[in-house]
Design a protein around this ligand. Structure first.
Ligand SMILES: Cc1ncc(COP(=O)(O)O)c(C=O)c1O
Length: 398
């Protein structure tokens, strides 16, 4: 039996929807992207959603929006990020949570995560706050969620940006509310292996209309074409042809109609997908309980207020040697594995070239990097496949 990290969840509906776009002759960002944005915003319970071509692009948009000099300084939003502003981030995350912080001119301040939940902790964030702190970039890791009650309170108390990288936790709730909707901007990834997929794709969401419109301009060259306020913008600059009127700097992060057509079909299936992820994880928890009891494995737990949707099943071994051995054993049995995201990012060589600060110890992130491993919990995994994983892990420790 071969157990890949992920299997395609694209069904006939998704394929038909993609074909219909190809048949229509209209491929670039248009009505379907708008429909998908509306559908995702309604699903999450947020006012605005701006679709882009990846989760990394959504992070780029969020950070550059928070640093954009066009933001109104009327106090409705925290002060904008400036050169050297500190943004608190977890060390245990993916690379493109951090790169946009650096690219936008801010300084990442790394804090630790709890190795048993994989999430950054409010205590570590609070200890990292200084007069230079401008924001907290939360990351909800691998289908879990950060304590958003505490994080919201901290951000409010210190008037900080609260941005949420939710690329790994689409559809996950904290106290009944979808994560990614607590801060000013939340970001999501719809890459192939994520909770729903548009093959490549992402979304930045916000309740702030001004931020949303700024992100619409920044997504596409800095022009006004997709802005809701485009007529007002055009009227203000009537000497320039509104078809090519640029009001800010920007990128080209646009998705295509094909991505949106697939996303609209996938979104109809999100609850079923996430239920299966939970069932797979529960079966693994049950099957590996003996190894938890013997101390061979630490299993991930979630705060009782999190309605999780496990994205990969992470275990921590007692030592690096045990982890390396387990990895070899699983790969030999054709069960695909991965490191637990980028580990402690401050140990990655890319960081040698940029300014950053570490607050406190990163022993939790180190433990996850050195002793952690994960395999898939995708929504088309059968009980038989789950039992094969349990049996293979068990076999290694016996
Ligand atoms: C936490 C986190 N942020 C950002 C990303 C980037 O998303 P994408 O692969 O869609 O660019 C990922 C990718 O998996 C991620 O895990």
């Amino acid at each position: 039996m071969r157990i890949p990290l992920n299997k395609s969840t694209l069904g006939q509906e998704e394929i038909d929807a993609a074909k219909a776009v190809l048949d229509s002759g209209y491929f670039t960002m248009g009505r379907l992207v708008l429909d998908f944005e509306r559908a995702v915003a309604d699903y999450l319970g947020v006012k605005n959603a701006v679709m882009v071509n990846s989760g990394s692009s959504a992070n780029l948009l969020a950070l550059f929006a928070a640093a954009n000099p066009m933001l109104p300084a009327d106090g409705a939003l925290p002060p904008r990020l400036k050169a050297g502003s500190e943004v608190i981030v977890p060390a245990l995350t993916w690379s493109t949570t951090i790169w946009p912080v650096i690219q936008a001119g801010a300084k990442p301040v790394f804090v630790d995560s709890d190795p048993e939940t994989l999430q950054m902790t409010p205590a570590a964030v609070e200890a990292a706050i200084t007069p230079n702190t401008a924001g907290i970039f939360i990351v909800h890791v691998l289908g879990g969620a950060v304590d958003m009650t505490a994080m919201e309170a901290l951000a409010k108390k210190h008037n900080l940006w609260l941005l949420e990288d939710t690329c790994e936790s689409f559809g996950v709730d904290w106290k009944g509310r979808k994560v990614g909707t607590f801060g000013q901007i939340g970001t999501y990834s719809f890459y192939f292996s994520h909770h729903i997929t548009t093959i490549e794709g992402g979304m930045a969401v916000t309740d702030d209309d001004g931020l949303a419109d700024l992100m619409r301009a920044m997504r596409a060259h800095g022009w006004i074409r997709q802005m809701e306020t485009k007529d007002a913008q055009a009227a203000q600059h009537s000497s320039i042809d509104p078809r090519f009127l640029f009001i800010t700097t920007g990128f080209n992060l646009r998705p295509t109609e094909i991505n949106a057509a697939i996303g609209l079909e996938q979104l109809k299936r999100i609850e079923g997908f996430n239920d299966t992820r939970r069932k797979v994880a529960a079966r693994l928890d049950h099957g590996l309980a003996r190894l938890k009891q013997s101390g061979d494995l630490t299993l991930i737990r979630h705060h009782p207020d999190v309605h999780a949707a496990p994205f990969g099943y992470t275990v921590l071994c007692a030592s690096r040697e045990a982890r390396d051995g387990l990895q070899r054993h699983l790969e030999a049995a054709e069960i695909e594995t991965r490191p637990v995201i980028a580990g402690n990012l401050t140990r990655q060589p890319a960081l040698d070239h940029f300014a950053y600060r570490i607050s406190g110890e990163l022993s939790g992130a180190d433990r996850v990097m050195d002793c952690g491993i994960y395999w898939g919990t995708h929504p088309v995994m059968s009980d038989e496949e789950v039992d094969y994983i349990i049996q293979t892990v068990d076999e290694y420790f016996r």
